[in-house]
Design a protein around this ligand. Structure first.
Ligand SMILES: Cc1ncc(COP(=O)(O)O)c(C=O)c1O
Length: 384
C-alpha cells in the first residue's frame, strides 16, 4: 500500500504544463516558455572552474555534516557585508538546496499539529512540505493591492498557541514583489518572539529597484533559507543553506546526518567561488533580467492584464487575468494549445492565485517578444 503521506502530496501543475509543452515540441511545435522558474543563463565560469579544481584535488568524500568551514565562513561574511548583520559561521548549515533547507527547518521546528502561517498565494512547496512533517499550514489571504503582502493587523489575530512559524519570501515567487523596510519592520513588530519568522531569501540579489532586506536586519528570532540556484544560475548543483538560531543548529544537524550526511563536497567548493568571484557576471545577469522585466510588464499592461504593484524582484510577474478568464489552469492550457506559449497558472500557488497567471522572464528578450506577440494574437482572436 502507498502511504497516505505520499498519496496526498499534491502535484505541481506548472510541471504538467511544461510536460505537455515538451510533448508538443516533440511533435514539432515551437513553444515559447514563460512558465519556467529557473535562470536561462549558464553557471558563471569561475564556479565551474572551482568545481573542476575541487574534483582534481580529491574533494570527493563526505564533508562535515554542517558543511565545509570555508563555505560557512563565506556565507557568514556575505550576510555581514551585504546586510550589515552579524552572522556566526557556527549558525550556518549547508545543505542540498533551499528545498531541503525547508524540510530540515520544518522538521526541527514542528511537532504534529503545529502551525506555520503562509500567505495565499505563496510558493507551492511550503504547504506541501509542512504537511509532509505533520505540521499544519495556516494560509492567510493576501491581496494584489497590497503587493500580496501580509496585513500585520490580521497576522496579530492569527498568532495562536500552535503557531510556531510565519513564512516570508521576498523577493517572492510567484509575485516578484520585494518587501520594503517598513513592511518587514511592521511584520516583525507584530510577530515579536511569538513565532519564528522563516525567511526564504532564495531570490536575494535579483532586485531591480531599491534593495531587498534580510530578516536578520530586524530580528534574530528567525531562520534564513537561501541557496545558489537563482542568482548564480546553479539550479542543477543543488546547494543551499540555513542560518539558524543557535539552539536549532544541533537538531538540524542530526536530521541532516540521517537524511543526507552532507551536501556534495566539490559543489560546496564551487559555492565559495560563487560568493566570492562572480560579482561582475551576476550584475550583468541582473541588468538583463531588468530589461526583460520592464518590457514584459509594459506589454502585459498594454494587453489588459492587471499588475497593481510593480514587481521589482525575482523573475516573475503575477498578472491579474480576470478580464480574460476565471479559470487560470484552463486559460494556461488553452494558451499553450492555441498560441504555443507556456505560462503558469496562479492556482499552483494556492486558491488566492485563481484568476492570475505567473509569467517568468527567465527567457531571452527575443523569445519574450515572440511570446507576447503570440499571446496578443490569441487574445485578439478570442475577443472577435
Ligand atoms: C521561493 C522558492 N524557494 C525555494 C526554491 C527551491 O530552491 P532550490 O533550488 O535551492 O531548492 C524555489 C525554486 O523555484 C523557489 O521559488
Amino acid at each position: 500500500m502507498i502511504s497516505d503521506r505520499s498519496a496526498n502530496i499534491p502535484p505541481f501543475y506548472v510541471m504538467e504544463i511544461l510536460e505537455k509543452a515538451h510533448e508538443m515540441e516533440a511533435a514539432g511545435a515551437h513553444i515559447v516558455h514563460l512558465e519556467v522558474g529557473e535562470p536561462d543563463f549558464e553557471t558563471p565560469t569561475a564556479v565551474k572552474e572551482a568545481a573542476c579544481r575541487a574534483l582534481e584535488e580529491g574533494m570527493t568524500h563526505y564533508t562535515h555534516s554542517l558543511g565545509i568551514p570555508l563555505l560557512r565562513q563565506a556565507i557568514a561574511r556575505h550576510y555581514n557585508e551585504r546586510y550589515g548583520v552579524d552572522v556566526s559561521p557556527d549558525n550556518v548549515i549547508v545543505t542540498a538546496g533551499t528545498s531541503l533547507a525547508m524540510v530540515l527547518v520544518f522538521s526541527a521546528l514542528l511537532n504534529p499539529g503545529d502551525e506555520v502561517i503562509l500567505s495565499n498565494p505563496s510558493y507551492a512547496c511550503y504547504p506541501n512540505l509542512i504537511e509532509f512533517v505533520d505540521g499544519v499550514p495556516r494560509c492567510v489571504d493576501v491581496f494584489e493591492e497590497d503587493g500580496f503582502n501580509y496585513r500585520p493587523a490580521e497576522i496579530a489575530g492569527k498568532l495562536g498557541e500552535k503557531v510556531k512559524g510565519i513564512m516570508i519570501n521576498s523577493p517572492s515567487n510567484p509575485t516578484g514583489i520585494v518587501m520594503t523596510d517598513d513592511e518587514m519592520r511592521g511584520l516583525v513588530d507584530v510577530v515579536g518572539r511569538r513565532a519564528y519568522v522563516i525567511s526564504d531569501e532564495i531570490y536575494h540579489g535579483l532586485v531591480y529597484r531599491g534593495r531587498e532586506h534580510s530578516i536578520l536586519e530586524y530580528t534574530d528570532h528567525a531562520f534564513v533559507l537561501n541557496g545558489f540556484s537563482k542568482l548564480y544560475a546553479m539550479t542543477g548543483w543543488r546547494l543551499g543553506y540555513i542560518i539558524s538560531p543557535p539552539d536549532f543548529v544541533r537538531p538540524i544537524q542530526k536530521i541532516q546526518q540521517n537524511l543526507l550526511i552532507c551536501a556534495n563536497s566539490f559543489v560546496q567548493w564551487a559555492g565559495v567561488a560563487a560568493l566570492e568571484e562572480t560579482a561582475g557576471e551576476t550584475a550583468a545577469m541582473v541588468r538583463t533580467y531588468d530589461e526583460r522585466r520592464r518590457f514584459l510588464l509594459g506589454k502585459l499592461r498594454e494587453m489588459g492584464f492587471g499588475v497593481a504593484v510593480e514587481p521589482t524582484g525575482a523573475f516573475y510577474i503575477l498578472a491579474n487575468a480576470r478580464k480574460f478568464t476565471d479559470d487560470s489552469y484552463a486559460f494556461c492550457l488553452d494558451v499553450l494549445e492555441e498560441a504555443h506559449v507556456a505560462v503558469a497558472p496562479g492556482t499552483d500557488f494556492g486558491s488566492g492565485g485563481q484568476g492570475y497567471i505567473r509569467f517568468s522572464y527567465a527567457n531571452s528578450l527575443d523569445n519574450i517578444t515572440e511570446g507576447v506577440a503570440r499571446l496578443q494574437d490569441y487574445l485578439n482572436r478570442e475577443a472577435s
